[in-house]
Write a protein that binds this ligand. Structure first.
Ligand code: IDC
Length: 335
């Protein structure tokens, strides 16, 4: 009798163990299936539902990509062959074009040509592309609001039918700029984009260099398909800012990390790869899309390329900085 009881309890235990293993593996499988490698040609137009970024089938997607440096300072990196390599050799599905607003207002026509080239190369190479109005030294987006309205009107009417484009209306408000300043600015810029491109995803920067997500969570904008921006630099920002991200998500705020760097907040200094691993694990766990700063050969820690790399050449491992190698692997070996 005892033997029979033992036999059946072993049988039961095995069944429970196998059952939990099955649940675990299928969960992982569905997670990587939905989140891996989205492409505009397959996943199409994006939208936002709750905290999630969705593809045209309503499946959650996570974009993993790279940000240019200021377009006007590193125009050589806006070349089709370079974009092709990022897309096909690095499996990069997102590129962010950083159009420094202060530079743009100094020389609109040349900068616009460069930006449009970048968008066209991204589209030709099947990547999503963020059009970033990169305010920084002009710390309040209202400072160049009229130029921003004209800029977004032009770009969104030109690309109104493209599923590739994501608009980022103010990189990093800073100084005394409050969420209510940004809120008012967004209430003017979003309708201009939406008039041309009704459902496009729009990213909105948050106060203090796009770190104060919780200010936005207190009073989100009244439009659909909006995501709120968090930026971090792994050697400066750690648990406090990670907790802000988690709290914002818990409060239902959709978050997009449109810029992050493997350096100190200055863009240079020490590269803390351990902190980077913690940050990107968190983004993977939460399914948060990101773009890493920066695609340039400037002598600074966050640059992915060595100073001797000429962007007209095929990329070799020797052309990448230690940060570049790490980021290339991060983008490529996902899931
Ligand atoms: C930095 C560049 C650096 C440039 C500086 C000023 O890496 O070469 O001299 O801008 O234009 C940001 C900004 C981003 C900064 C980056 C690093 O969005 O423009 O780039 N950073 O400082 N926010 C936090 C860090």
């Amino acid at each position: 009798m005892k033997r029979i009881i033992r036999f059946f309890s072993m049988l039961l235990l095995t069944a429970v163990l196998l059952g939990s293993l099955y649940v675990k593996t299928t969960c992982y499988a569905s997670q990587s299936e939905t989140l891996a490698k989205p492409r505009p040609s397959v996943n199409g137009k994006l939208s936002v539902n709750g905290t999630k970024l969705l593809d045209k089938y309503g499946k959650p997607v996570m974009l993993r990509g790279l940000s240019t440096h200021g377009l006007s300072w590193f125009p050589g990196f806006i070349n089709e062959d370079f974009f092709r390599q990022l897309s096909s050799d690095w499996d990069c599905d997102l590129i962010r074009l950083a159009m420094y607003s202060a530079e743009y207002t100094r020389n609109p026509s040349e900068n616009l040509t460069l930006l449009l080239k970048g968008i066209d190369y991204a589209i030709a190479n099947d990547m999503y592309v963020i059009v970033d109005w990169h305010i920084l030294e002009d710390y309040d987006p209202n400072m160049h609001k009229n130029e921003a309205l004209a800029f977004f009107d032009l770009v969104s009417s030109r690309y109104k039918d493209s599923p590739n484009i994501i608009y980022e209306i103010c990189n990093e408000p800073n100084g005394s700029t409050s969420w209510s300043d940004i809120y008012n600015y967004a209430n003017e810029v979003v309708p201009v984009i939406r008039k041309n491109s009704p459902d496009s995803v729009i990213l909105v920067g948050t106060p203090f260099y796009s770190q104060k997500l919780l200010d936005a969570a207190d009073r989100p904008l009244a439009y659909d398909n909006i995501m709120y921006v968090l930026h971090f630099y792994v050697s400066t920002h750690r648990k406090d800012l990670q907790d802000v991200l988690t709290e914002a998500l818990n409060r239902g705020l959709p978050v997009f990390v449109s810029e992050c760097g493997i350096s100190e907040a200055s863009g240079s200094g020490y590269a803390d790869f351990e902190s980077a691993a913690v940050w990107f694990r968190l983004l993977e766990d939460k399914g948060i899309s990101f773009a890493v700063w920066n695609l340039s050969n400037k002598a600074e820690t966050s640059a992915l390329f060595t100073t001797s790399y000429a962007p007209s050449r095929t990329i070799n491992d020797g052309d990448l900085t230690s940060v570049g190698l790490w980021v290339r692997d991060l983008i490529k070996k996902r899931n």
